[in-house]
Write a protein that binds this ligand. Structure first.
Ligand SMILES: Cc1cc2nc3c(=O)[nH]c(=O)nc-3n(C[C@H](O)[C@H](O)[C@H](O)COP(=O)(O)OP(=O)(O)OC[C@H]3O[C@@H](n4cnc5c(N)ncnc54)[C@H](O)[C@@H]3O)c2cc1C
Length: 304
């Protein structure tokens, strides 16, 4: 029996673990990945808005976090695959067969990028389907590319790629781009960027590498094919809450609803970080929420 089991070792989970350890709680962290850090491992831009620390990219920030928690006494299991969770009983079954039990559970499972779910998207990942405009830009210099999405991330990446690519086609299914005004104005000023609104990419074409995309434009009867060598999909994120559905209150987009104490609708089950914060998903809010949950749990255990 652990005092606390934390699911997820991104910024939120690590912060909660550090606080739980400092407050003397017996803590186990379960992380499905091979290493800790979550989304930080995929941030290729400098991080300059986390007070007190500047990092070249997310990995450097993750390394600083990992260095700070390395002497703490909580247990950390990576590559931990959860089979099922009973939030009421606070029991977790792992695929490896272990059964775990805690007094409190903290869910810190974060979010994942949404995918289009179209042919070619997964098959050609890393072979023309990009992971990041910032990271992969130089590989696509001199090549025509397509960016899918209409928000800030899609617009920002289209602008980055336009610095080195002869043409960038931004394909957005809505009538209006959702990106901030500053990005939209810059998109208008970039002659090599074409925006297809009310359009969807239906297929990414290519055998060994991306050769093109099949696009269906609003109002058209037939799709058409366009030759591109790179595709970047930026259509938002979705919370990792499948394990907890039916057991706690989620909002209409699947994010966990929490109180000011970070508690979910199940007693002594807390949710922290992006998984419960669709409005302001940042490192600072994730680490702050970790501290709140740990303090509330420690206070309740002391009362007992
Ligand atoms: C490109 C990009 C740039 C960004 N730039 C900034 C910035 O400049 N400043 C800023 O403040 N924020 C920035 N962010 C946001 C910031 O990275 C996140 O808000 C923060 O990292 C969220 O941390 P988290 O711990 O809540 O979630 P995550 O980082 O998503 O971590 C969740 C962890 O839970 C694990 N997990 C999921 N499901 C399970 C399961 N079933 N079992 C076990 N483990 C599980 C995952 O493997 C992951 O390690 C950026 C994000 C991106 C993508």
């Amino acid at each position: 029996m652990h005092d606390v089991i934390i699911i997820g070792a991104g910024a939120a989970g690590l912060s909660a673990a550090l606080w739980c350890d400092e407050l003397g709680l017996d803590t186990l962290v379960l992380e499905q990945g091979r290493e800790v850090g979550g989304q930080l491992l995929r941030v290729y831009n400098p991080i300059e808005n986390y007070l007190g620390v500047r990092a070249r990219d997310g990995r450097e920030m993750r390394d600083l976090f990992a260095e700070q928690v390395k002497d703490a006494e909580f247990d950390l299991w990576t590559e931990a695959e959860i089979e099922s969770v009973d939030l009421k009983a606070k029991r977790i079954a792992l695929r490896s067969g272990e059964e775990l039990q805690a007094i409190s559970i903290i869910i810190a499972t974060g979010v994942r990028r949404r995918t289009l779910g179209i042919p070619g998207e997964m098959e050609l990942m890393g072979r023309g389907v990009m992971e990041s405009g910032k990271r992969d830009r130089d590989m696509f210099a001199g090549k025509d590319v397509c960016v899918v999405g209409g928000g800030d991330a899609a617009a920002e990446n289209a602008l980055l790629l336009a610095e080195v690519c002869p043409t960038v086609t931004l394909v957005h299914r809505g009538q209006k781009l959702r990106a901030r005004t500053e990005f939209i104005e810059r998109l208008r000023g970039e002659h090599c960027i074409t925006v297809f609104k009310e359009s969807v990419v239906r297929r990414i074409i290519g055998e060994q590498e991306v050769e093109g995309v099949e696009i269906m434009r609003g109002g058209a009867i037939k799709p058409f094919q366009m030759a591109v060598r790179g595709v970047l999909v930026r259509i938002g994120v979705e919370p990792n809450t499948e394990l907890f559905r039916e057991q706690i209150h989620l909002d209409e987009r699947g994010y966990i609803v929490v109180t000011g104490e970070q508690e979910t609708s199940a007693s002594n089950v807390f949710a922290i970080g992006d998984v419960s914060n669709p409005l302001a998903p940042t490192i600072s809010s994730a680490t702050g929420a970790g501290a709140t949950a740990a303090k509330v749990i420690a206070a309740r255990l002391n009362e007992r």
